[in-house]
Design a binder for this molecule. Structure first.
Ligand SMILES: [Zn+2]
Length: 211
């Protein structure tokens, strides 16, 4: 549980470092994904954008007061609804790509996957110490450990495309990640609606928003 109470400065610093590392992952994936024409990399950049908002929510929760609470609720709502809409749009692009099979630069997809795995490992490392004392931070930490595996699957898609030349692997992975995003956002929606258990008020939805 993450109540609207102040956290130790070290936790705030850890969250700030995690935010910085996650920002670099997002920017790197957008850049490399665009260059590689890889939908899988771009969709993971969107996923990490959602993580960015969730980490920001945690960071905001370090501050006390009514305003911080309202900001958290608003950020959680934006995070969940935004991710849901973006994931559905990307799923549409992925389905189009199955038919068109545009060229994808497999080497860049591999490089982006490896770089993002390293970046997510840096996020997890930044949170590791604070995770021992704070349950919400621990959930974010465990989430980012899982993200390392997800990014390694993007690297795996790059290897598969290099070895086989099948560019549909990229669209298939993008579709899989989009499905994960929709699943996570869908689970979160009832909690954000009126009478949804009050979890959105006074508590952070960090773990479930981080998909
Ligand atoms: Zn994530």
């Amino acid at each position: 549980m993450l109540a609207a109470t102040a956290r130790p400065p070290r936790t705030r610093t850890a969250l700030a470092l995690a935010l910085l590392a996650n920002t670099l992952v997002c920017l790197g994936e957008i850049l490399l994904g665009w260059q590689a024409n890889s939908l899988a990399v771009v969709v993971d950049a969107v996923h990490n954008g959602g993580d960015e908002l969730a980490l920001l929510c945690l960071w905001l929760a370090c501050a006390e007061g009514e305003r911080a609470g309202r900001l958290r609720v608003f950020a959680n709502l934006l995070n969940t609804v935004g991710i849901l809409l973006v994931a559905l749009t990307i799923a549409g692009f992925a389905l189009e790509r199955f038919a068109a099979s545009p060229p994808v630069v497999a080497e860049l997809t591999l490089a982006a996957g490896l770089a993002a795995a390293l970046g997510n490992a840096a996020v997890a490392l930044a949170l590791r110490e604070a995770a021992r004392h704070d349950r919400s931070v621990r959930l974010a930490y465990l989430h980012n450990v899982g993200d390392v595996a997800l990014c390694l699957s993007t690297a795996g898609a790059g290897v598969a495309m290099l070895l086989t030349g099948y560019v549909w692997v990229d669209a298939a992975l993008a579709l899989g990640v989009a499905a994960l995003l929709v699943g996570g956002a869908w689970r979160e929606l009832p909690r954000l609606l009126p009478g949804g258990g009050g979890r959105a008020r006074g508590q952070i939805t960090s773990s479930s928003s981080l998909t």
